[in-house]
Design a protein around this ligand. Structure first.
Ligand SMILES: NC(=O)c1ccc[n+]([C@@H]2O[C@H](COP(=O)([O-])OP(=O)(O)OC[C@H]3O[C@@H](n4cnc5c(N)ncnc54)[C@H](OP(=O)(O)O)[C@@H]3O)[C@@H](O)[C@H]2O)c1
Length: 332
């Protein structure tokens, strides 16, 4: 049988196990003009939580009763298309199924043999690209600037902080455990770090770590952490609005302090972006990211949870800070 994970019911507040259902489906057969794939690795990402709401965003919501879908690596088992052969590895946005028959237009062959295929779900995939374009294009980063990254030990944040360091900036990372603080300072060479869970008053901590203020805030989390950062902006600061994971589980968004006046006083710019807008420029970013990896300037970690049935708990784990670097599920 072929396991499939569907959205059983829409969540209200934090995700729970009963938002998902594991079904046993028939093993698919190769259809004319298509590819038969066996999934190997799935990426779980915070935006998936938003796709579970019945709200149209930049992507359509998941449908109740239908498979969740996300970025994945799969192996071609059989092919009725001249460009793909059994044994090829492909990446794409695929349904949460152990095996599937898909249109070849949805699959991109991975030709790179020098790097682990999981890199295409993280450092060389959407999260690495998000860090790259968020800092360089939206943040317009310049050498010597003071950069603060929230969600700093996660997939996007860990890469964003390292790129800021490579660009000659001073980097402060904000993350949620001592293990993560050690990782970003010792291994990733961030200049300073704050554990927001042991410093309930982050404003006090930021006053110590950032006496020269903040030129770029790369915001992965929103909420209280981001409210605190706003008080330290330098004139003409840029706030790169990448993600707001602290808010994704909230069924009602709290009003919070009103901080827009800080943007006026500091003549600061806050700009949201979606990585897909940079599709045409992915090759240039991948070239830079690969170069930095080869030069040992850029390193990455992955948290790989084994087992197809663990996809829901891995996704829920993102909201509990259970990952360092990219959260991935390996399908044996
Ligand atoms: N704009 C785009 O195109 C784009 C693309 C990809 C991702 N994103 C966004 O970027 C952000 C990071 O994504 P990612 O894939 O790299 O995830 P990630 O950082 O690898 O994983 C999520 C992390 O968020 C932190 N977190 C969870 N709940 C939190 C809360 N209430 N307050 C503060 N931190 C919390 C946890 O770390 P701690 O232990 O530190 O709390 C957790 O490990 C997300 O908001 C995502 O939606 C945006």
């Amino acid at each position: 049988m072929n396991k499939t994970i569907v959205l059983q019911k829409r969540p209200f507040g934090p995700l729970k196990a009963d938002n998902f259902k594991i079904l046993d489906d028939r093993t698919p057969k190769l259809e004319a003009g298509k590819l038969l794939l066996r999934s190997m690795f799935f990426s779980v990402d915070p935006y998936m939580r938003n796709r579970m709401n019945a709200i149209r965003s930049y992507v359509d919501p998941f449908k109740v009763g239908e498979p969740i879908e996300g970025d994945a690596i799969a192996e071609v088992m059989d092919s009725d298309h001249p460009d793909f052969r059994p044994g090829d590895r492909v990446t794409g946005s695929f349904p949460w199924k152990e095996m599937m028959c898909i249109d070849p237009a949805r699959a991109t062959k991975i030709n790179d043999t020098g790097i682990s295929p999981t890199a295409y779900l993280g450092i060389l995939g959407l999260t690495g690209l998000t860090a790259y374009f968020g800092l360089t294009d939206v943040g317009k980063i310049r050498p010597g600037e003071q950069v603060v990254i929230s969600g700093a030990a996660g997939a996007v944040g860990s890469v964003a902080g390292q790129i800021a360091r490579i660009m000659g900036c001073q980097v402060t990372g904000i993350a949620g455990s001592e293990q993560k603080i050690q990782y970003i300072t010792d291994e990733l060479k961030f200049d300073r770090a704050i554990n927001y869970k042991s410093f309930p008053n982050i404003r006090k901590a930021l006053a110590k770590t950032n006496p020269d203020g903040i030129d770029i805030y790369f915001d992965n989390v929103g909420g209280d952490v981001s409210d605190s950062v706003m008080y330290f902006l330098n004139p003409h600061a840029r706030i790169v609005l990448c993600g707001q994971i602290a808010l994704y589980n909230q069924s009602r968004i709290s009003t919070g302090p009103r901080l827009n006046a800080q943007l006026i006083v500091k003549r600061a710019r806050m700009e949201g972006f979606i990585v897909h807008d940079y599709k045409d420029r992915y090759p240039e970013a991948i070239e830079d990211l690969k170069k930095w990896i080869m030069q040992n300037e850029l390193s990455y970690r992955e948290t790989i949870i084994e087992g197809f049935s663990n996809l829901p708990s891995a996704l829920m784990g993102l909201f509990k800070g259970e990952n360092i670097g990219k959260m991935i599920v390996g399908v044996a």
